[in-house]
Structures are given as structure tokens and as C-alpha cells.
Design a protein around this ligand. Sequence first.
Ligand SMILES: Cc1cc2nc3c(=O)[nH]c(=O)nc-3n(C[C@H](O)[C@H](O)[C@H](O)COP(=O)(O)OP(=O)(O)OC[C@H]3O[C@@H](n4cnc5c(N)ncnc54)[C@H](O)[C@@H]3O)c2cc1C
Length: 338
Amino acid sequence: MKDVIVIGAGMAGLICAQQLKQAGLDVTIVEKSLGLGGRMATRRLQGTWVDHGAQLIAAKSDNFARFIRKLQEKGIVQEWTRNVYQLSNSGLVPPTDDKRHPRYCCPMGMTAIAKHLINEIPVLTNTRIVSVSHTETKWQLKTTRQEILETSAIVSTIPAPQFLPIFEEVLATAPSFLQAVQSVKFAPSVTVMAGYSTTNDIPLEWQAVQCVDDPILNWISYDSSKHPDKADQPVFVFQSTAEFAKQSMEEPDLELAGKPLLNQVGRLLSKWLANPEWWQVHRWRYALVEESLGVSCLSTAIPLSLVCAGDWCAGKNIEAAYQSGIAAAESAIELLRN
Ligand SMILES: Cc1cc2nc3c(=O)[nH]c(=O)nc-3n(C[C@H](O)[C@H](O)[C@H](O)COP(=O)(O)OP(=O)(O)OC[C@H]3O[C@@H](n4cnc5c(N)ncnc54)[C@H](O)[C@@H]3O)c2cc1C
């Protein structure tokens, strides 16, 4: 039996497992996807890397800034831009001085952070937890392959709406815990990754654009500027607003779900952006936290040791996931001591 099973290999799960391992605990991560990183996601396309989840990292707190600096020293992270432009009805405007601060990227894609963090932590990928039960002393987690994994404590880092159907029954005796998780709201997003001919008029002045008040587009990244030496052609990433994604979530044709983003960027910025040489679409049902809990993590000892972590506890981004993962490790250690 394991001391702790961490569900999810995103930033929160990875950093939590790393801390638990350093504390001498027997920990395993269980991840439903084949790859690591969760919403820090990268696709290998046309011989290059394209981030289709989180686009950049900003570091506000001291401990997270130290963590990013260490990754920078190892070449996993580098400064990408200080200028996030704004696109509104009045056009494209650069940031004011108070909004200019470093945003970081990974030259080999966001998943490079996950590949670095996993180090020697045991991980079961392609393994989804489908249900949870318990005896008097241990949790039993059932996987899609009908295996039963046993552990003294669980740290779950899966998005709140995906946590509820798995844990609702075993937490019937902890209604306030459940209510807290139920109060969290996520928004969906549609992402388009698109590659263009080098003959186009490539922008030199911006790498990232936040769209203001547009009904369709929320974000534009000049993704190949993260690693210009490793991309043969310009690649851009477009992300939709939550409102647009809600309407197109059930569209069976992925290309149709993504096409309006291309049309819109062609209208708003440059016509050629509507006509890429190739493009792919990814839909995130649980992309960005709309309402978080405002606590670093959630824990209970009843029925057994359980900690919930993830961006949705502490905020909305990679830094919040990191802080939540650190707090979850402390909480799990405390629960196991008692
Ligand atoms: C399109 C998009 C753009 C974003 N842009 C930015 C940005 O620019 N900057 C920024 O800081 N943040 C951004 N974010 C948010 C950022 O990606 C997240 O805040 C952060 O990655 C969350 O990490 P996490 O570990 O909390 O959760 P996740 O990364 O979601 O990790 C949870 C993991 O649990 C796994 N899982 C789920 N259910 C199960 C199950 N039943 N069994 C096993 N495993 C399971 C999932 O596969 C996933 O790997 C963006 C997110 C999206 C989607």
C-alpha cells in the first residue's frame, strides 16, 4: 500500500508529489492522459512544439519566482516577452509601463516543466481513476482497467467539476467539503494552432495579445517566437472567449468549432491570418477557473486522509497550481502524522 496517491500530473500534482517524495513518503502519481503536464500542454506539430494550453508563466510570489529562476538556469524556462499588447476597438496598443513585467515560456514547450519535475517519481500514465471507496484504514481507487490501487492518503489535483462525480459518494459525511468544491466554476476554451507561409508579413513588434471585449477571441500568441531557431514557419495560437467556447462545445466537427477564430483574427489583425497552411483545434471543457475557493488547498481526515489541490483552490493560473501543490503536500504530511 502507498502512503500517498496523487491524482493528476499537472503543476499541482507534480510539485506536491515532489515535496512528498522529498519528505520520505512512498508516493505515486496516477494520470489519465498519456503525457504529463495537464493544462501545461504542448503538441508536437510539423517538427516543432506548440503550446495549446497555458501560454506563458508570470511569477508574483517569491517562492514561485525562485522556482522559475532555477528552471531558467537549467534552460527549461526562458523569458519570452514583457509586452502583452491589447487589441480592442481602438486597435492594437502596447502595454503601459506598469504592465511590463517578464512573462516566461519553455523553448521546448510547456510540458518540459512536467518532464523535469517527474524526475524519479513513480507515475502511472494513461490511467484514469473512475471511482473511490475505502475500508477502515485505506483508500481504494479503481482505474479504467479495473485495477484497485490502495493508499493511506489521497491528494486529488483534478479540476473540481471532474472531482465531484468520483468523490461525491465517499464524502457524503463531509458536506461542507463537498459544498466548497461545488462552488468552484470553470470556463471552457477553444484553442486553434495554426502554421503559415513564411511569405506573409510576420509581426515583429508583438509576441502576445490580449483581446478586449471581443465576442470570439480572447488571446493571440505568436507561438514560434518562443523558439525561432526551431520553427521553420510562423506558428500562432488563438484562444477563444468562454462565451464562444460554451456555444461551440458540442459542435461535432472540430474544424468548424475552430474556424470562426481564424476568420475573426483575419478581420481584426491581418487578412492572411485567416488562411493558414495547416491548423488544428483543441477544446478544453475545463480550461480556466472563473471562481476559485481562495484557499491554498482543502483537506479532510474523514472518512480518511484526503487533500484537494489545483489552481482552482488558490487562483487561476500555473502559479496558483504551484502554491496549491506545495500546500497540499504539507497538509497530507500533517494528516498522515495524526
Ligand atoms: C487554454 C488555456 C490557457 C491558459 N493560459 C495560461 C497562461 O497563459 N498562464 C497561466 O499561468 N495559466 C494558464 N492557464 C491555466 C493553467 O494551465 C492552469 O492553471 C494550470 O496548468 C493548472 O494546473 P493543475 O495542476 O491545477 O491542473 P491540471 O493541469 O488540469 O492537472 C490536472 C490533471 O489531472 C488529470 N486528471 C483529471 N481527471 C483524472 C482522473 N479521473 N484520473 C487521473 N487523472 C486525472 C488531468 O489529465 C490533468 O493532467 C491556461 C489554461 C488553459 C486551458
